[in-house]
Design a protein around this ligand. Structure first.
Ligand code: HEM
Length: 512
């Protein structure tokens, strides 16, 4: 090789090196983004994350120790600003609430399932979100409506106890998560459509919704929209699943509409509703949606109605069932905690007394167990993705309007400077320790925030908590829960929409 060739080769290598260095820097620079792990040109940190072959929450947990309270990750074309400290989370979500209350852009697949962001959780901060959320809160979550739906919970929980007793007789133990999911989904279907349907049909709906959740978890085109045309097959499959979801739920929509139109009178001339319908007119969530006309959308069609009701089932099933499963794991592993809870229940309502909404509100130890479960096992380690309504500043850095702002909330409950022995499960801390007076809404400061904080806080916080309280209290009142002889409880975690047990809990039950 001649000297000239060698020089050209060296110069080329140097140029490649400089190009690589320039394009691989994440954050910082003239844009004043928070710093972050160096990535690769064009794809940023995307390939590094994929190569780790583990859930994103664990990647972020490790990066936090190096990059601290706020850092940037460049995931393909998407810029993610990750916020991990309690102070910055509070500043963004509460003090600067409206600024950080929007949602980022969605992929074509996600837009298909949200009918162009026509759900409370996906809508941008604006009039559509405000109309949908206000309607949800006044129609579904007001105290009168929660009380009015008491019979639905009672019916579903009675069924739940019969079902687990049967399963225990047949198999020797009980699958906690599957049973809790089924029961809670059943309640939410009844709240949405005013219909009481069979367990088999609920399982069918649940399976479709699970497939939808799988399909809408972030995939390559979410991060590299330029490659969307190469993922045509994926979009085709998504459309097929969407059709299945609509076909699965539209009969419930039509049946309820017919019931409302004939004013609940079976002799009326509007045919098409069936005996599954049990709630009076006005008592089902969908009744309010029939009348709703959000600005820019007009009257909602069947596609939107299916989507808005699916949102309720998706948002409320896994979150609550996960919490009950984790709580029960600790009660199975620590019989003293279970006995203390049982004594509280017996003191309040007796061995066979009916447990009401008012009763669980007064059970301090039950409340402490549920809070400790939310602290130790928050169903999600991030809240949903947020976005700034316009370019702004946080922690001295610029936050662009088109970035995903991700709040990693798990750290605030793991921080040993805030919680004594954060890894231990100690409900007592909420009675006389470091958990007393904790504000779970995060308004007065963030020590734990299982429901998020600020404008986008979970609007069904009270309902979700009520489901967890009542279900747990009923299960412990009816049976003593002990480890299944052949399947010992295993607290190893994994991520599946929520942070669940890698080996789902199976427990044996003994009569009380
Ligand atoms: C234990 C149960 C529950 C937990 C832990 C939980 C947690 C959460 C979290 C963390 C968020 C995201 C907040 C954010 O983005 O900042 C959220 C949003 C939401 N949740 Fe829940 N949730 C629960 C139960 C429910 C139930 C039962 C429903 C419906 C009946 C529901 C409906 C929603 C909706 C509609 C949103 C979107 C709010 C918005 O974007 O404005 N959740 N929830």
């Amino acid at each position: 090789m001649e000297l000239m060739d060698l020089l050209i080769l060296l110069a080329a290598a140097l140029l490649v090196r400089l190009w690589w260095r320039y394009w691989s820097v994440t954050g910082g620079g003239s844009k004043n983004l928070p710093p972050g792990p160096p990535g690769w040109p064009l794809v940023g940190n995307l390939v590094q994350v994929l190569l780790q072959r583990r859930p994103f929450i664990y990647v972020v947990r490790d990066l936090r120790t190096k990059y601290g309270p706020i850092f940037t990750m460049q995931m393909g074309q998407r810029t993610l600003i990750i916020i991990t400290s309690a102070q910055l989370i509070h500043e963004a979500l509460v003090q600067k609430g409206p600024l950080f209350a929007s949602r980022p852009a969605d992929s074509p697949t996600r837009l298909l399932f949200s009918v162009g962001k026509c759900t409370i959780n996906s809508a941008e901060y604006g009039p559509l979100w405000r109309t949908l959320r206000r309607n949800f809160v006044t129609e579904l979550i007001n105290p009168t409506r929660i009380k009015q739906c008491g019979w639905i919970r009672e019916w579903a929980f009675d069924n739940h106890l019969k079902r687990i007793k049967k399963e225990a007789l047949e198999t020797g133990s009980v699958g906690v998560m599957t049973n809790c999911r089924l029961t809670i989904c059943n309640i939410l279907i009844c709240i949405c459509f005013g219909a009481r349907i069979s367990d088999a049909r609920v399982k069918e709906i649940e399976a479709v919704l699970k497939d939808v959740m799988l399909m809408t978890t972030p995939k390559l085109p979410d991060f590299l929209p330029v490659f969307t045309p190469f993922f045509r097959r994926q979009l085709k499959e998504a459309k097929k699943l969407r059709r299945k979801q609509v076909e699965c739920l539209v009969p419930l929509v039509r049946s309820r509409r017919a019931f409302v139109e004939c004013e609940g009178n079976p002799t009326g001339d509007a045919a098409g509703w069936n005996e599954d319908i049990v709630s009076p007119i006005g008592a089902a969530y969908i009744d309010s949606l029939f009348k709703l006309e959000p600005s820019g959308r007009g009257k909602l069609g069947e596609e939107e109605l299916v989507t808005l009701c699916s949102e309720v089932m998706n948002a409320g099933t896994d979150t609550s069932a996960t919490a009950v499963e984790w709580a029960l794991l600790h009660l199975v592993m620590d019989q003293d905690i279970q006995q203390k809870l049982y004594e509280e229940i017996v003191d309040s309502v007796g061995k066979d007394g009916k447990i009401t909404e008012e009763d669980v509100e007064k059970m301090r130890y039950l409340g402490a167990i549920v809070k400790e479960t939310f602290r130790r096992h928050p169903p999600s380690h991030f809240v949903l993705s947020h976005a700034a309504t316009h370019e702004t500043e946080l922690g001295g850095y610029t936050i662009p309007a088109d970035a995903n702002v991700e709040f990693y909330t798990a750290w605030v409950t793991e921080d040993p400077s805030v919680w004594k022995e954060p890894g231990a499960f100690r409900p007592e801390r909420f009675l006389d320790g470091d958990g007393v007076d904790v504000d779970v809404t995060g308004s007065r400061g963030v020590k734990m925030m299982p429901f998020g904080a600020g404008r986008r806080i979970c609007p069904a916080m009270t309902l979700g908590t009520l489901h967890v309280h009542l279900l747990l209290a009923r299960m412990v009142q009816a049976f003593k829960w002990v480890p299944a002889p052949d399947v010992p409880p295993d607290p190893t975690e994994t991520f599946a929409f929520t942070v669940v047990m890698k080996n789902p809990l199976r427990a044996a039950i003994l009569p009380r």
